[in-house]
Design a protein around this ligand. Structure first.
Ligand SMILES: [Zn+2]
Length: 68
């Protein structure tokens, strides 16, 4: 689905206005069945949180220390 100039979450289909999202880009290589394919997409924070909760091993996270 193309929607000029707008970011859309590939997971839920919502139009992303100012909210942040995760940009996915993967160029699959030789050891993949998708060798030679590039995939691109976006996942909104809400969808990402939902997906991340299903991970067997939680993602690493740390708070950024203030740069001031
Ligand atoms: Zn979403």
């Amino acid at each position: 689905m193309r929607n000029e100039g707008k970011s859309i979450c590939n997971c839920c289909g919502r139009v992303l206005e100012q909210e942040e999202y995760i940009n996915i880009e993967k160029q699959w290589g030789y050891f993949s069945d998708r060798d030679g394919t590039i995939q691109r997409g976006k996942i909104c924070e809400e969808c990402f949180e939902r997906i991340a909760k299903t991970f067997k091993i939680p993602l690493e996270e740390e708070l950024l220390t203030e740069l001031l």
